[in-house]
Design a protein around this ligand. Structure first.
Ligand code: GDP
Length: 425
């Protein structure tokens, strides 16, 4: 079974928790895009973990974790993340962690360029996480990047460093007027952080193909959501990677394999970190109340998230982009604060009602159309069975299913691993 877990909205839907839960039935968990701009929060019996680069399956002993070729990997961050997990008793070895030799390395100069560009853009900034993701992907397409596999061949690396540093300084030093990058420091950085990672680097495509042939179950863990996809999202307020399920086999390193299932993780209300149009946004006290109830502050950056009610227009688009076969509705417990719950059911553009997500450039002119449904206004965080949910909560779930034309198979009602209700069982 090859399954993808992906985000339907702007990210932060609670994918980490669901991957952690579902990984019980999987042998391998694979990240296939993005880098350490991800912040997946997992809470289990061993404590709270925030994972930026490592797949959420790393917290299960029998799961093999793969960092796929579609990723951009900050090797210093990865080294620190591994050390931090080890301190908390998580076992990490080449047996349970495999890193694609074709994945790109995010360099310190990528982080620098990310910051320089956001500062240059000033009030027109893209809202980057400033972790070097966009510059790293840009270099990949310029064919001027370092790949993980090169860490195994220092002679190749030495030659390449000379060329890349000279080229990079044309932009860093001559373009932005920043301090030039040093050839020696770049090589030292790669060799020193690369050393400890060498045993994990391999052809993960070969490994995954063999595993699939042997009948192993593989879970592909996406980062961010459909609306942050570089091609299908709200450009330029997107990530620089492909966040869609369709990219999972390619980004993991197995273009020869097909997904069996795409599970979309969708939040019971909307959140968005950073800049860009966010049609159903709440402001003022209304926003403050929802943000506080949901603890909506970025796991990777600590930034307060923008919040709003469930957006059926954007979510239906996200479901289509992700080709979701089924949905998990997360954080339903947070809506317990309301006696009446608002839902954005349409957008209004120049006096016309839109139900289909428009071309992104039109979003600035779209106004949300809110409808109200009855709330349950009671704590549901201890519910573990469908029958324990109040009728108003069941009605809300059915209403969302109807708006999105997709089945909700699980509902999450708390951050803990077991705070999940199966809806189709
Ligand atoms: P991800 O990037 O999609 O993995 O999402 P994040 O980890 O950034 O955000 C999800 C946050 O919500 C984490 O702090 C989770 O522990 C928490 N969480 C996940 N599901 C639920 C839920 O159903 N209810 C509540 N209250 N918290 C949840």
């Amino acid at each position: 079974m090859l399954t993808s877990i992906c985000g339907i909205n702007w990210g932060d839907e609670g994918k980490g928790k669901m991957v952690d839960l579902f990984s019980e039935d999987y042998d391998i968990v694979c990240r296939y895009q993005g880098g350490n701009n991800a912040g997946h929060t997992v809470i289990n019996e061993r404590g709270k973990f925030i994972l930026n680069l490592l797949p959420s399956g790393i917290l299960r002993e029998n799961v093999v974790n793969v960092l796929g070729m579609g990723m951009v990997i900050d090797i210093r961050h990865l080294t620190e993340e591994i050390a931090h997990l080890r301190e908390k008793g998580v076992k990490i070895s080449p047996e349970n962690l495999k890193i694609s030799d074709r994945a790109e390395i995010t360099m310190p100069y990528h982080v620098l360029m990310d910051c320089l560009e956001e500062e240059r853009l000033a009030d027109k900034k893209f809202g980057s996480t400033r972790r070097g993701i966009a510059p790293a992907y840009a270099d990949r397409f310029m064919k001027k990047s370092f790949r993980m596999g090169e860490l195994l061949y220092p002679e190749v690396l030495r030659e390449k460093v000379k060329e890349i540093v000279a080229w990079k300084n044309l932009t860093v030093a001559r373009g932005y007027g920043a301090q030039p990058i040093s050839e020696e420091e770049t090589l030292d950085y790669l060799l020193s952080y690369g050393e400890a990672l060498k045993p994990y680097i391999c052809d993960v495509g070969l490994y995954l193909t063999g595993a699939a042939k042997a009948g192993k179950n593989i879970l592909f863990e996406a980062q961010l959501g459909a609306l942050r996809d570089i091609d299908y999202g709200i450009l330029p307020y997107t990530s620089s990677s492909l966040t869609l399920a369709a990219y999972a086999p390619l980004g993991a390193g197995v273009p020869n394999l097909r997904l069996d299932k795409s599970i979309g993780i969708m939040k019971a209300y909307s959140t968005c970190v950073g800049e860009g149009p966010f049609t159903a946004e709440y402001f003022g006290e209304k926003a403050e109340a929802l943000r506080k109830a949901g603890g909506e502050f970025g796991a990777a950056t600590g930034r307060p998230r923008r919040v709003g009610p469930f957006d059926a227009v954007a979510s239906a688009y996200g479901i289509r982009c992700q080709g979701a076969d089924e949905l998990v509705l997360t954080k339903l417990d947070i809506l317990s604060i309301y006696e009446e719950i608002e839902v954005c059911t349409a957008y209004e553009l120049d006096g016309k009602r839109l139900h289909d997500f428009p071309y992104p450039d039109l979003l600035d002119r779209c106004k949300p159309v809110f409808e109200k449904v009855k709330g349950w206004h009671t704590d549901i965080s201890k519910c573990r069975k469908k029958e324990q949910l109040p009728q108003a909560a069941l009605d809300y779930i059915a209403y969302i299913e109807d708006l999105c034309a997709c089945k909700i198979t699980y509902v999450a009602v708390g951050p803990e691993r077991d705070a999940v209700i199966r809806m189709d069982g």
